[in-house]
Design a protein around this ligand. Structure first.
Ligand code: FES
Length: 106
């Protein structure tokens, strides 16, 4: 079992168990993380699953696809470590992954 740590914009940490093969967005919605809205259900078409990947984890979460990059243009306060959580697949290597959430989605 892999654990993902979601940090709210006010600094509150919540740990959610994830299965390899799920996405970080699916982990959040299953785990009751309301800040991840995920309007499009993971189709990379809404940008309401925006997260900031902790600096220590950016190598392990990999690179954004061109489609993800262009969808992030619709998110607010995008930073270099911004990702769409529906595009990050959970694997054993992501055990302990820390993602911070923006104050709001859109
Ligand atoms: Fe819509 Fe991620 S859930 S882009």
């Amino acid at each position: 079992m892999v654990k993902i740590i979601f940090v709210s914009s006010s600094g509150e940490k919540r740990e959610v168990e994830a299965e390899p093969g799920m996405t970080v967005m699916e982990t959040a919605t299953k785990g009751g993380i309301d800040e991840i809205v995920a309007e499009c259900g993971g189709a990379c078409a809404c940008a309401t699953c925006h997260v900031y990947v902790d600096d220590a984890w950016t190598d392990k979460t990999g690179a954004k696809s061109a489609m993800e990059e262009s969808m992030l243009d619709f998110a607010e306060n995008v930073e270099v470590n911004s990702r769409l959580s529906c595009q990050i697949k959970v694997s054993d290597q992501l055990d302990g992954l820390i993602v911070r959430m923006p104050e709001s989605q859109h």
